[in-house]
Design a protein around this ligand. Structure first.
Ligand code: NDP
Length: 332
């Protein structure tokens, strides 16, 4: 079976040369283990951080070892009383076609409620990130203005829709006209801005006549610089990500934000989704309810074939994905 390993730490933007595809035997299962077949692999921007040898909230990947991420898999053989052949499971698993998993490292998912891939998108890590970051830190109120960057991606697209459910005026920032159109026409955003072709500061002034109450930060850099001058008093800024700097070789320096925060008494708070682990059930329940009520839509960009996993990961930094980027490895 095929596996994908990290063979050198990327400098700047990762390239295919940083990874290696190898063949390895599958092995045998012992008591309390299952053999699972990888069905969907989640590719995520945060994995870039784990490729650096730096201290963070999660340990770095080791060189010459497999990358791992959120994976939906199917049990093909089981020596566990908890799982049987055919069960669909979710876990943080290595990038390979089959894995021998201990039964306490994965959890069962019900793919009759929602397609299995949704457990990596709207009902999974990125949906929950949108939910808790926006509602627990952003706390949007009816009539307030919410701006979200990375708006057409996995997290951003859900943030904007939840903000609409809460009655906010929602403005998205994304990297193509197609994405802008999608946000407005398909997801019901009030306005959207193409940061690659528009003057973001000017477009924001126009789209946010009452200023900005919540800025859900996914990208950082120059886009964030354009947002801060428009903050209202007591604005909230959940800092979810800063993808524009993930491939920087030098520390990012920009306008200092302190003055804006002081002037407006705004709250800026970083978070990782792991902070909310004890409340995932609550988030998943609301997301599933909105989904069945038709209040929430989700988009996935599915790349077919294990051999294209690295391409799908690299594409995140080119903005090729609409909604959640997922690799489909096998049929269920
Ligand atoms: P996305 O689905 O949004 O994919 C990444 C998107 O980022 C691309 O499609 C691209 O869209 C945009 N992008 C890439 N490079 C740049 C750049 N230089 N400047 C601006 N935009 C860029 O990924 P996710 O939704 O999974 O993640 C979004 C953010 O949330 C990331 O920063 C991620 O690290 C963070 N995150 C944080 C979590 C947490 O626990 N704190 C959990 C999950 C995600 P475009 O075409 O618009 O440029």
């Amino acid at each position: 079976q095929k596996q994908i390993k990290l063979i050198q730490r990327p400098t700047g933007t990762p390239t295919k040369e940083d990874f290696e595809m190898v063949n390895a035997p599958i092995g045998d299962i012992s008591e309390g283990e299952m053999l699972v077949k990888t069905v969907y692999i989640s590719v995520d921007p945060y994995l870039r951080g784990r490729m650096n040898d730096t201290k963070s909230y999660i340990p770095p990947f080791e060189l010459n070892q497999m990358i791992s991420s959120g994976v939906v898999a199917q049990v093909v053989d089981s020596k566990s009383s908890l799982f049987e052949k055919g069960d669909m499971v979710l876990g943080s698993l290595p990038w390979q076609e089959f894995t021998i998993a201990k039964d306490n490292t994965v959890r069962k998912i019900d793919h009759t409620l929602a397609p299995a891939s949704a457990y990596l998108s709207v009902l999974g890590m990125t949906g929950l990130t949108a939910y808790f970051g926006l509602l627990d830190i952003g706390k949007p109120k009816e009539g307030e203005t919410v701006v979200v960057s990375g708006a057409a991606g996995a997290v951003g697209s859900i943030v904007g829709q939840i903000a609409k459910i809460k009655g906010a005026h929602v403005v998205g920032i994304a990297g193509s006209d197609e994405k802008v159109k999608f946000l407005i026409d398909e997801l019901g955003f009030d306005a959207a801005i193409n940061y690659k072709t528009q003057d973001v500061a000017e477009a924001l002034r126009e789209a946010c006549p009452n200023g900005i109450d919540v800025y859900f930060e996914n990208v950082g850099g120059e886009i964030a610089d354009a947002v801060f001058p428009l903050l209202n008093n007591f604005a909230r800024i959940p800092v979810c990500g800063a993808i524009s700097s993930y491939n920087n070789e030098q520390v990012d320096v920009g306008p200092r934000v302190q003055g804006y925060l002081i002037k407006t008494s705004s709250l800026m708070q970083g978070f990782t989704i792991g902070n909310y682990a004890s409340r995932f059930g609550e988030g998943a329940k609301d997301l599933a309810t909105w989904l069945t009520e038709g209040k929430l839509k989700y988009e996935e960009t599915i790349t077919e074939g294990f051999d294209h996993t690295i391409d799908a990961f690299l594409d995140l930094f080119k903005g090729s994905n609409l909604g959640k980027a997922i690799v489909k490895v096998a049929e269920i």
